[in-house]
Write a protein that binds this ligand. Structure first.
Ligand code: SF4
Length: 284
């Protein structure tokens, strides 16, 4: 028997809303050989580059917090080291990834970091205009009712009496219909939000999204209504994820679940090799 889902995160939400099969293979916890077979197939070098960009940027933030600035050379060498480790650990050795491809990936990660360092929020942190700030990894959940929500902001800073919660997305979708409500989920991380009638005076929410070679900034002043709607969105998501689990339990075959509408979503899917959408797949 599979236990009901009680976890919510932006990544889960994005995968769930794009492809039920991918969600089931990645998140439905089980011991069924059918899924295990689907799980270990393919890792995209591009996704490892995104992971590397985020990881190296957080290393940079950790040093910045200690007052240590990085040179461009150091950023590049950390990217090279981290990406090489990532690629090797997923079997993508120099026999599979050419030097040129690897250098292109390093350059893509470097551009992402270089460009975000020019964003006004980060420049104000670097030049000391923003004095009070911290950074957070989304490792620990907060509890909302029966749901564990992975929603911590990546960066938090304060200007006067206002707290700014910032989420960074190193590769974002072009169209994000629920971006406001998704950003509002960061408020659940702040234990103070429940008690604030003046939530819009206390908080500002910022999403920095990288897409098409640019970092785009989406900032909002949250309201109680938006926070409420964000909580409803979360509950609805988890409810729908559980309905999908029930559907999956009927035959324990992820290949019978709905697939992504758009082929572009499949390009870097780790479960592509076994997917019935493609000719090389196992069409069980
Ligand atoms: S390849 Fe596409 S359709 Fe198949 S599981 Fe991945 S995202 Fe879904």
């Amino acid at each position: 028997m599979i236990e009901a889902t009680t976890r919510w995160s932006i990544t889960r939400r994005k995968i769930f809303s794009n492809c039920a099969r991918r969600y089931a293979i990645k998140y439905i916890d089980n011991n069924y050989s059918n899924l295990k077979q689907n799980k270990t197939t393919y890792h995209s070098a591009w996704n490892l580059m995104i992971k590397t960009s985020r990881c190296v940027f957080f290393q940079l933030l950790a040093d910045l917090h200690r007052g240590v600035n990085w040179s461009e050379k150091l950023i590049q060498s950390r990217i090279r080291f981290e990406l090489t480790s990532q690629l090797t650990s997923f079997g993508l050795t120099s026999k599979i990834i050419s030097n040129q491809k690897k250098n292109n990936l390093i350059s893509s990660a470097f551009i992402r970091i270089k460009k975000i360092l020019k964003h006004s929020i980060i420049t104000r942190i670097i030049d000391g205009t923003i004095k009070e700030w911290s950074f957070h990894e989304r490792i620990n959940p907060v509890t909302f009712g029966h749901i564990n929500v992975y929603c911590s902001p990546d960066i938090v800073y304060r200007t006067k009496s206002k707290w700014h919660l910032v989420r960074l997305t190193f590769q974002s979708e072009r169209i994000q219909p629920y971006v406001e409500l998704e950003l509002c989920s960061m408020l659940l991380w702040s234990k103070y939000n429940q008690y604030l009638p003046n939530i819009q005076e206390k908080f500002a929410l910022h999403g920095l999204f990288y897409n098409d070679g640019k970092w785009r900034n989406f900032s909002i002043m949250p309201s109680q209504r938006m926070l409420q709607e964000s909580k409803q969105l979360l509950e609805k998501d988890v409810h729908n994820m559980n309905l999908l689990q029930i559907e999956f339990m009927k035959n324990l075959n992820p290949n019978k679940l709905p697939l992504a509408n758009s082929n572009s979503y499949c390009i870097r899917c780790p479960y592509k090799l076994s997917c019935p959408k493609f000719s090389f797949s196992d069409k069980k």
